[in-house]
Design a protein. Structure first.
Length: 505
């Protein structure tokens, strides 16, 4: 998966965005509200975004009193017992607790954004910009620091085994936050979160050997595991909030849906999040929204034991399994995609980044260029994908080169995706002219509706200010290169499409 999500870059991966899920707690009705429907969206073009400055320091923070802090510390054990009962995860030892100031949180976050994380950020930023998922003048590192300062509402630190309560968060919001964070403490006592999450931390761009098909298949493992952890924690936060009403998250889907919708909507106080590009908003909320839906589906189908200890013992490893829980429950197996000999084919290039292009990635890519409605129609048809980004050895000023291969459920859906990708070129490049007699420009973007662009089958090329873009649909496969020289592109085209044709026979 493209290294886009904040947890990919910050080791304190368990502390993010809890505040977004707290917003609805104070307004819970005594009865199940009507579900909220999502307003129709038109095509969402990515407008250029200036680098986001750090948020101003809040003025007049209201600190909780020592007496309130003492009451909070006493409630930790009570809420931990609640979480244990609801999840079935055992309390093996007491959880340490600490009241933390804003300065201490900022120091903690800054400390953990080390040189390796910064290098990863910059690499990811260029790849995301190549796909058009970030504006070209966007500063990802500045954005993330600003976001973390704005959004954090509490966190569990698996290294010190401590739940950190923040002294500036209003007292009435602290208990739901604890229900979330103490779920992480129970998860940690069950599987050791540092070891459990480390299984998915392999960075394919850093390994010396070319990745194997299995490496590509497992590249989303950390994203899937992150969704499990946050989905379970969200489930317990919502269950704690509605427990006084007599409702259960397993049997009140309308109530949970309304709470979830409200919890993931930005407020005037979440300015950094509100101004974020589409891809980052979706990436940031993915483990909380899709993770919660995944856990609820497993809870409804398999009961408490399977939804908590069962998932931790047998976690999903792709975003497809998170987004479509039925594929996880059914034990769906998708054959790994064959990959080319990257070192041989890219002999004139230096590897820059590589990874899976998973179901979540294509869902947001399609949403950005043609809207959410079409995205929801096509992303379930995804059956595999990867990208390889490289820098020219001969010309350091050359644009980043890209290979992107995706596989779909049928030739029809492959052609649909190829058409959508071609449709994106006019938004990503100043000039994108298709080769051929008519010299037609790339399809212009519609701003008023979510009409799907026409399918694109066969082989097509465009000239852009960054070089040639090649899109070829063959059977269930879409082959794409951008800014590669003709010889390299031709060699990859032959190898990839022949191997995919052989694999599908």
């Amino acid at each position: 998966m493209i290294r886009s999500e904040v947890p990919q870059f910050i080791p304190c991966r368990l502390i993010l965005l809890v505040v977004l899920a707290v917003a609805c707690v104070g307004e819970l009705p005594g009865q199940t509200p009507a579900p909220q429907t999502e307003p129709a969206r038109g095509v969402q073009q990515q407008q250029p975004t200036k680098p986001i400055p750090p948020p101003e320091e809040p003025k007049g923070d209201v600190k909780i009193t020592p007496r309130q802090a003492e009451e909070l510390f006493h409630s930790v054990d009570e809420i931990l017992a609640f979480d244990s009962k609801e999840t079935g995860l055992s309390i093996r030892h007491e959880v340490k607790r600490k009241l933390t100031s804003r300065d201490e949180v900022v120091s903690y976050l800054t400390k953990h954004l080390n040189d390796e994380d910064t290098q990863r950020l910059r690499r990811s930023e260029l790849v995301l910009k190549k796909f058009g998922l970030l504006p070209r003048d966007f500063n990802l590192e500045t954005f993330l620091v600003a976001l973390l300062r704005e959004e954090v509402a509490g966190y569990y630190d698996p290294k010190t085994k401590t739940v950190n309560l923040l002294d500036w968060v209003p007292i009435e919001e602290q208990e739901p936050v604890m229900a979330h964070e103490l779920t992480h403490a129970l998860q940690d006592q069950d599987v050791n979160l540092q070891k459990w999450m480390k299984r998915g931390e392999k960075d394919l761009a850093e390994i010396k050997k070319d990745p194997t098909p299995a490496d590509i298949e497992n590249d989303e493992m950390d994203n899937a595991r992150e969704a499990v952890l946050e989905g379970q924690a969200q489930a317990m936060m919502f269950q704690y909030a509605i427990a006084p009403t007599g409702h259960s998250i397993a049997t009140s889907p309308e109530l949970v849906g309304a709470m979830e919708e409200e919890s993931l909507t930005g407020t005037p106080s979440t300015k950094v999040f509100n101004d974020a590009p589409i891809f980052l908003k979706e990436s940031l909320t993915f483990p909380y929204s899709y993770g919660l839906d995944f856990v609820l589906k497993v809870l409804q189908k398999g009961g408490k034991a399977r939804a908590f200890a069962g998932i931790l013992g047998n976690p999903p490893h792709t975003t497809r399994q998170i987004m479509q829980p039925e594929t996880y429950l059914a034990g769906e197996k998708i054959a790994p995609m064959q990959v080319p000999d990257f070192k041989r084919d890219f002999k004139d290039y230096q590897k820059f980044d590589i990874g899976a292009m998973g179901e979540f990635d294509v869902a947001v890519l399609v949403e950005q260029y043609v809207g959410k409605r079409i995205s929801k129609q096509i992303y379930p048809e995804w059956r595999g994908g990867y990208y390889y980004a490289a820098k020219s050895k001969k010309d350091s000023a050359a644009p980043l080169a890209l290979l992107y291969v995706s596989r779909w459920s049928s030739a029809t859906t492959a052609a649909q995706f190829a058409g959508i990708y071609a449709h994106s070129l006019s938004q990503r490049y100043k000039k994108a002219t298709e080769a051929g007699e008519a010299q037609a420009p790339a399809l212009s973007a519609s701003k008023n509706d979510e009409t799907a662009p026409p399918p694109l089958d066969g082989r097509h090329t465009w000239s852009t200010e960054d070089g040639v873009v090649l899109i070829e649909q063959k059977g269930d496969t879409v082959f794409i290169t951008e800014s590669l020289d003709d010889n390299t592109s031709a060699a990859l085209e032959k190898e990839v499409l022949n191997s995919q044709a052989t694999a599908s026979e």
